[in-house]
Design a protein around this ligand. Structure first.
Ligand code: GTP
Ligand code: MG
Length: 195
């Protein structure tokens, strides 16, 4: 998709704040600081529409970004941030679970992982959960620019094995820094938002 317009719509804390226009939604899940907001910015050619930060835990609500008045990216708060209280973690879990299992306009979940490292226990849990509920998903392994190109294949293999990605599952290596994977991801997203 060629992005002509992108707008921040709402920072939602619950279902009554989700948009009700029925447009398709692409949700992004991943651990805190993994690069979810940066990925959105790269996809829409904006420097900082989705707020990014080197401090983990920046995105606390579900942030809705409207693209070409056609679809939404829904930026989730990251999981696995140590400084978050138990109560906060539980309410995060509930919000995400409710959204993922009940949101009719949800078309695809992008599970964002860090290509530099094997998947965390939380990454694996999220992957298994999405599989269990049979939600359309794509694993996006980002920050590829942080490792030498010659080691990409090795890291991709470790990531796929660690998560249990099967042949035929969507998997895209990505970098918000150098734009790797951007075209492939748009092609995939385009395929999921067609009515
Ligand atoms: P939360 O909102 O806290 O969950 O974090 P997030 O997943 O939205 O991460 P964010 O996009 O804010 O990025 C975190 C840090 O990683 C920032 O300092 C980004 O500049 C950096 N970063 C994100 N993606 C990439 C990438 O592809 N390459 C490099 N080199 N840095 C990246
Ligand atoms: Mg963020």
């Amino acid at each position: 998709m060629k992005v002509n317009s992108s707008d921040f719509i709402i920072s939602a804390v619950g279902p009554d704040q989700y948009p009700d226009d029925g447009l398709p939604e692409i949700a992004l899940a991943g651990r805190s600081n993994v690069g979810k907001s940066s990925l959105i910015n790269k996809m829409i050619n904006r420097k900082n529409l989705a707020r990014t930060s080197s401090t983990p835990g920046k995105t606390q609500h579900m942030n809705y970004y409207l693209i070409n008045e056609l679809m939404y990216f829904v930026d989730f708060p990251g999981y696995g941030y140590a400084k978050v209280s138990k109560t906060q973690r539980a309410s995060w879990g509930k919000m995400v679970e409710k959204y993922m299992s009940e949101r009719e306009t949800l078309r695809l979940v992008l599970l964002i992982v860090d290509l530099r490292h094997p998947p965390s226990a939380n990454d694996k849990m999220m992957f298994d959960w999405l599989k269990h509920y049979d939600l359309p998903m794509c694993v996006v392994a980002t920050k590829a620019d942080k490792i030498p190109k010659t080691r990409w294949d090795k890291h991709i293999k470790i990531m796929k094995q660690g998560l249990g990605v099967l042949p035929g599952d969507n998997f895209i290596p990505f970098s918000a820094e150098i734009g790797l994977g951007k075209d492939a991801l748009w092609e995939l997203v385009d395929g999921y938002i067609v009515p």
